[in-house]
Ligand binder design. Structure first.
Ligand code: F6P
Length: 254
């Protein structure tokens, strides 16, 4: 029975790799929309994928959200004692503290017995404050680490869900809706074609930086996120996707 289930998931993985044109997909059993523990299984799968790709020295940039929080929860010390430095991928995006990249980054580093550096940046900044903040030596240093990271771990969300969760200002809410945004990842909103239609202004990793990063892992599951996952991956083909059966079955359908 177990072997049958495993081979079924392998077929799903191969099918999605082909359909979305990405090189690596991992599918865990279940649907995280229905069963919260499935997020932990995605977390475990992500940790395994990370460990296979570590070098002797690593800078790992992590985004926020409940899924990446599960990755942190499942993190364990590296048996090979490699150097692990964790940084938040971007500054404040308007999330509650438990969903913030800073919080998750610190937990992940502690569980990995690695080191971490944090970004202390307010959620919304005027253009002038932003310009002077990025000149602050302590912030400049962390931004430098982020831009040089060897690995990025991020979530993908449904655009509307994320905009509401962040209590987005009405004018931006309208912009996001009028542009038919369906996906969100680390502060960027995307339409069905995978094009950026809105971005939250903050420091740290920018979308263009992703292309130069060796290992980019997106962790997102639940049938309700299938549309967002598909849209986001249209323009991010070198991403490794960790997902669940719930999202996978939707992704393979059409
Ligand atoms: O706000 C951080 C973030 O990583 C978003 O970019 C993403 O859309 C969201 O969290 C995913 O959150 P969750 O895993 O809780 O669905």
């Amino acid at each position: 029975e177990i072997m049958k289930e495993v081979s079924g998931l392998k077929v799903l993985e191969a099918g999605i790799e082909e359909k979305l044109g990405i090189s690596k997909v991992v599918v865990v059993p279940g649907d995280s929309d229905q069963s919260p523990w499935v997020k932990k299984e995605m977390g475990r799968a992500c940790v395994n994928t990370m460990r296979k790709r570590f070098h002797d020295e690593n800078i790992i940039a992590v985004a926020g959200g409940t899924t990446i929080s599960s990755v942190a929860e499942m993190m364990k010390p590296d048996t090979k004692n490699r150097e692990l430095l964790f940084v938040p991928a971007r500054g404040g995006l308007g999330e509650k503290v438990q969903n913030q990249a800073n919080t998750i980054c610190a937990t992940m580093a502690e569980k990995a017995m690695g080191n971490y550096r944090l970004l202390h940046i307010p959620d919304s900044l005027s253009h002038e404050s932003y310009q002077s903040m990025i000149e602050e030596p302590s912030i400049k240093e962390v931004i430098g680490l982020i831009k040089n990271s060897s690995m990025v771990i991020h979530g993908i969300g449904d655009a509307k869900t994320m905009a509401q969760r962040r209590k987005t200002a009405p004018e931006n809410m309208q912009k996001i809706e009028q542009a038919h945004a369906v996906a969100e990842a680390f502060g960027y909103y995307f339409n069905e074609a995978g094009e950026v239609v809105h971005k939250v202004q903050t420091v740290g990793m920018q979308l263009a930086d992703l292309e130069k990063i060796e290992c980019v892992i997106a962790v997102a599951g639940g049938a309700s996120k299938a549309k967002a996952i598909r849209a986001y991956l249209k323009k991010a083909p070198h991403t490794i996707l960790i997902t669940d059966e719930g999202a996978a079955k939707e992704l393979i359908r059409e």
